[in-house]
Design a protein around this ligand. Structure first.
Ligand code: NAD
Ligand code: DAU
Length: 352
């Protein structure tokens, strides 16, 4: 039985990952540690409470004693570090928590795992593995005619969020280079799918459509993101955890670049045709651009295609419809997450 410590498992990708792993019905036990920030929500894991292969502990990854205790109590052999402050806009307002969780928290996980897993100089217990869930944003921004990011593209982060993720990546690399610590790094493009917090673009559009609220587009809407369905990301991470080469980086993406305005129109059109014909493009409103807004992200995923035999299963045209349908079906979940803190955040962010 493998004992996988998932950090940040009450967030968007972490919760999808836990469901993915437990549904595979393999010989794994998942220990989810999450601080339950505004972005963490146990509702995302509803139904798993009684599962003997699932354990939840409310823990901050910056709390060394608590992390050490959990690692020892559950005999953890694999760590998948999702825990992070993840929203670029919030990092622009205040980077403090991004530095704490994303950098300091990563170093604490690395340090404790190194101590517990060590069996001799630069030698670690059989089967131990650390996966750092990073992002394509560490590479910076591409021009329209530039080639997609490869694992060799130099790091050039622009936002406090991406700078904190790049710093964490450098620490992971340092632990491998210096101590041969058994770590891999994954760098994925933008995810979409169920349970994404509606501060992020796609669920924000869906939520605003449902409420007939204006949809804020930064700048002129021509920025490009490379979208991947969350379950495909989960599968890729699991492959890296099982078979990735220690010390290596794996880009994850599905060659699915779209402008922001294309995304908005796609969702509005679906909602217009299937939900309410009063939802239309009049909801689109152009607002002040994000500071330091990266123009384009595009991932070259050839390495993980070739080495780990991973390819995305979900086409964007299907994935986006599945996602919209999920939000339509789970409006109670949506209402719970957009009440309270989110509402205050939204009103501070968008004066529309
Ligand atoms: P999210 O914001 O939805 O979830 C983050 C989770 O981490 C939350 O449950 C939160 O409570 C928890 N957390 C925050 N600080 C913590 C701390 N100090 N200790 C313990 N738990 C803490 O984020 P997400 O979108 O699911 O992203 C997960 C990871 O994937 C992040 O590391 C992010 O950088 C990376 N990533 C995200 C995307 C994307 O498109 N969302 C793409 C590539 C990589
Ligand atoms: O590329 C991976 C990254 O994708 C992850 O590392 C981050 O954690 C994740 O948040 C995401 O970052 P982005 O900044 O690309 O995602 P976001 O959903 O915030 O924005 C997507 C695009 O939409 C971006 O160009 C900004 C634009 N946007 C976003 C919001 C919230 C708008 O035009 N209006 C908005 O209100």
């Amino acid at each position: 039985m493998k004992n996988i410590l998932v950090t940040g498992g009450a967030g968007f990708i972490g919760s999808n990952f836990i469901r993915y792993i437990l549904n595979k019905n393999e010989e794994v036990r998942v220990i989810n540690v999450d601080k339950l920030t505004y972005a963490g929500n146990l509702e995302n894991l509803k139904g798993l409470e009684g599962n003997p292969r699932y354990i939840f502990e409310k823990i901050d990854i910056c709390n060394k004693q608590a992390v050490k205790r959990v690692m020892e109590d559950y005999n953890v052999d694999t760590i998948i570090n999702f825990a992070a402050e993840s929203h670029v806009d919030r990092s622009i307002v205040d980077p403090t928590e991004f530095i704490n969780t994303n950098i300091k928290g990563t170093q604490i996980l690395l340090d404790i795992a190194k101590k517990i897993w060590t069996i001799g100089e630069d030698k670690y217990k059989e089967g131990t593995r650390y996966v750092q869930v990073s992002t394509d944003e560490v590479y910076g921004s591409l021009e329209q005619d530039e080639k997609c990011f490869t694992e060799k593209t130099p790091l050039n982060p622009h936002s406090p969020y991406s700078a904190s993720k790049a710093s964490a990546d450098m620490l992971v690399k340092a632990y491998y280079d210096t101590y041969k610590f058994p770590a891999c790094i994954t760098r994925c493009s933008n995810n979409y799918g169920p349970y994404q917090f509606p501060e992020k673009f796609i669920p924000l559009i869906i939520n605003n459509c449902l409420k007939h609220k204006l949809i804020p587009i930064y700048g002129d809407g021509s920025n490009i993101r490379d979208w991947l369905y969350v379950e495909d990301h989960c599968e890729a991470i699991y492959k890296v955890a099982l078979k990735g080469k220690i010390g290596d980086i794996y880009n994850i993406g599905g060659h699915n670049e779209r402008t922001n305005i294309q995304i908005v129109k796609k969702i509005i059109n679906y909602m217009h045709d299937n939900v309410d014909d009063s939802i239309n493009e009049k909801l689109i409103t152009y607002v002040k651009d994000r500071k330091g807004h990266d123009k384009r992200y595009g991932i070259n995923p050839e390495k993980i295609f070739k080495e780990l035999n991973w390819i995305p299963k979900t086409q964007f045209e299907d994935g986006i419809v599945q996602t919209i349908k999920w939000y339509l079906k789970n409006q109670e979940w949506l209402e719970n997450v957009v009440s309270g803190e989110y509402e205050k955040y939204y009103n501070r962010m968008y004066k529309i």
